[in-house]
Design a protein around this ligand. Structure first.
Ligand code: 5AD
Length: 381
């Protein structure tokens, strides 16, 4: 396969993607250089921040890979209260992050829905509507998604985990509330509500093949997703998937494969937001920077209050857990510079892919809290 002519294509077949995901040596260098070039040319070298607030590890789900699954009795449970979340959000505003992500274990009880609605509303209010809010709180009803959107959230992340239904079933319990079709439906509902919609997968899962990963990339394209956060699967001993750890590819290979995924996705969908995820950093201290250096454009510094941060253990060796928000920010600025990129402060950093769609759509997305086009940001160069 001639890599130069392959890279010039606008889209790829599954087989071509399998090749790109596995190429090494000179071809790998050319792949990485091209995805970086595209990001720099189309989106500039600007990196957008999302202050990540892990609001709670209480979870009604029992995903077979996840350290905060309901059945893990070893997990020390916590939930930040409203004041703690508002304080963390205020830290993000004052430090010019521009945007935050509220992420947590899944709950859908009426108290939770109400609390989130109120917190989102208050964060918008206390920041003078300046802080962009992304939610990552799992599968919810259309009514809940709408309420949170109307309160002021404008982006939502819900990973599909894998686009292969059979593999999805292998890594989730076979109960009614772990259904692949519900997950897909939720992604559609999120867009219908007007959210910039993000998804993602884990890379290097037991039973996963390169073909599955190529299909994941094509799935992102087919569903016309606005943002993607994906990273290596990392085994956790208090989960059922731990027993398959002997089938996994080595950590370094999982990291490398994740970089190939980021690179291919940047070429397939040049204008979307792609996160350099924390799981990359769990394998290698500069794992996230490696993703920024080849085309990712989002980074999510963890600004969860230090006392609770250690308890949000989705996987083992989760980094950053004993570092203060201040120390993490300083270190981040430095390392973003080191990979030739620049942080865009005070900026929502919306998905250009979404904005391009919204600008050409008629009529535009409807909902009273949908204001990304009025965000305090300059157009990307
Ligand atoms: N390894 C890597 N990522 C994980 N997640 C959950 N458990 C693990 C794990 N063991 C990811 C899932 C989920 C996100 C919040 O964290 O993709 O959607």
């Amino acid at each position: 396969m001639n890599i130069e002519s392959l890279l010039k294509q606008k889209t790829f077949s599954r087989e071509e993607l399998v090749y790109l995901l596995s190429c090494q040596g000179e071809d790998e260098q050319k792949l990485f250089a091209y995805s970086k070039h595209l990001r720099d040319r189309l989106l500039s070298n600007n990196i957008h921040l999302r202050g990540l607030i892990e609001i709670s590890n209480l979870c009604i789900k029992d995903c077979l890979y996840c350290g905060i699954r309901k059945s893990n009795k070893q997990a020390k449970r916590y939930a930040l209260d409203e004041a703690e979340i508002l304080k963390a959000a205020s830290y993000a505003s004052q430090n010019r992050y521009g945007s935050i992500v509220l992420q947590g274990g899944e709950r859908n009880d009426p108290d939770f829905v109400r609390e989130i609605e109120s917190i989102v509303y208050q964060i918008k209010k206390q920041s003078g509507q300046k802080l962009g809010i992304t939610l990552s709180l799992g599968e919810q009803s259309e009514d809940t998604y709408r309420r949170w959107f109307d309160a002021g959230a404008h982006r939502y992340l819900l990973r599909i985990e894998t686009s292969n239904e059979q593999l999805y079933q292998q890594i989730h319990p076979h109960t009614q509330n772990h259904s692949f079709s519900t997950r897909l439906k939720c992604l559609q509902t999120l867009r219908k509500c007007g959210y910039q919609t993000g998804t993602g997968v884990m890379i290097g899962l037991p039973f996963q093949t390169l073909q599955n990963l190529a299909d994941d990339l094509l799935f992102f394209k087919q569903t016309d997703i606005d943002m993607v956060g994906m990273g290596p699967y990392l085994e956790h001993r208090e989960t059922p998937l731990w027993s398959f750890r002997n089938r996994l590819i080595p950590l370094k290979e999982r990291l490398n494969l994740s970089l190939h995924m980021v690179s291919c996705l940047r070429i397939l969908m040049p204008y979307i937001n792609i996160a350099a995820t924390t799981a990359l950093q769990a394998i290698e201290p500069l794992g996230r920077e490696k993703a920024l250096a080849i085309g990712a454009n989002i980074i999510m510094p963890n600004i969860t209050p230090a006392v609770q941060k250690t308890k949000y253990q989705l996987y083992e060796n989760k980094p950053d857990t004993d570092e203060s928000a201040e120390a993490a920010t300083l270190q981040l600025i430095e390392s973003v510079r080191n990979c030739g990129c620049e942080i865009q402060w005070d900026n929502w950093g919306d998905s250009r892919h979404f904005r391009n769609k919204t600008l050409t759509a008629s009529p535009p997305m409807t909902s009273k809290a949908q204001k990304p086009l009025k965000s305090p940001e300059s157009p990307a160069k």
